[in-house]
Write a protein that binds this ligand. Structure first.
Ligand code: ATP
Length: 129
C-alpha cells in the first residue's frame, strides 16, 4: 500500500514537472495560460451560474489539454526525425488541428456565455447615464 502511494506521488511529480516545462518553454502554452487567467477573472466578475462555470472550466480544460498533447506530439516528432518528412508534417498538422478545434469550441462557449452578460452590463450603464 505504501509503495503504491509512493508510486502515485512520483507520477504526480512527473506530471507537475511536465506542466512546469510546458508553461516555461512554450509560447503558445503561455498564451493559453494567460487567456485562462483572464477568462477566470472575467467569469468571477460577471457572477456566472454553476452551469456556466462548468462550461467555462470544461472549455479551459480542453484547450490546455490539447495544447499539452500537441506539444508532446511535436517533441516526439522532432526526436523521431529532424529531417523533413511528409508523415511528420501530417502528425504535427493534425495535432495543431486538435488545438484549433479546442480553441474554436472554447471561443463559441465564451461568446454564448459572455455576450448576453456584457450587453446587459452595457445597457445598464447606458440607462444609468
Ligand atoms: N520534420 C518535419 N517534416 C515535415 N514537416 C514538418 C516537419 N516539422 C515541421 N513541419 C511542418 O511545419 C509545421 C510547423 O512545425 P513546428 O514544429 O515548427 O510547429 P509550430 O506550430 O511552429 O511549433 P511551436 O510550438 O514550436 O511554435 C508543422 O505543422 C508541419 O506542417
Amino acid at each position: 500500500m505504501i509503495e503504491f502511494l509512493i508510486g502515485r506521488l512520483k507520477s504526480f511529480k512527473f506530471a507537475f514537472k511536465g506542466l512546469a516545462w510546458v508553461f516555461t518553454h512554450e509560447k503558445n502554452a503561455q498564451f493559453h495560460l494567460l487567456a485562462t487567467v483572464v477568462v477566470l477573472g472575467i467569469s468571477y466578475l460577471l457572477d456566472l451560474s454553476t452551469f456556466e462555470w462548468l462550461c467555462i472550466v470544461i472549455a479551459i480544460g480542453i484547450v490546455l489539454l490539447s495544447e499539452l498533447l500537441n506539444t508532446a506530439i511535436e517533441k516526439l516528432a522532432d526526436f523521431v526525425s529532424q529531417e523533413q518528412h511528409p508523415q511528420i508534417g501530417i502528425a504535427k498538422d493534425v495535432a495543431a488541428g486538435a488545438v484549433l478545434i479546442a480553441t474554436l469550441t472554447a471561443v463559441v462557449i465564451g461568446l454564448v456565455i459572455f455576450t448576453p452578460k456584457v450587453l446587459l452590463l452595457f445597457s445598464k450603464i447606458v440607462l444609468v447615464n
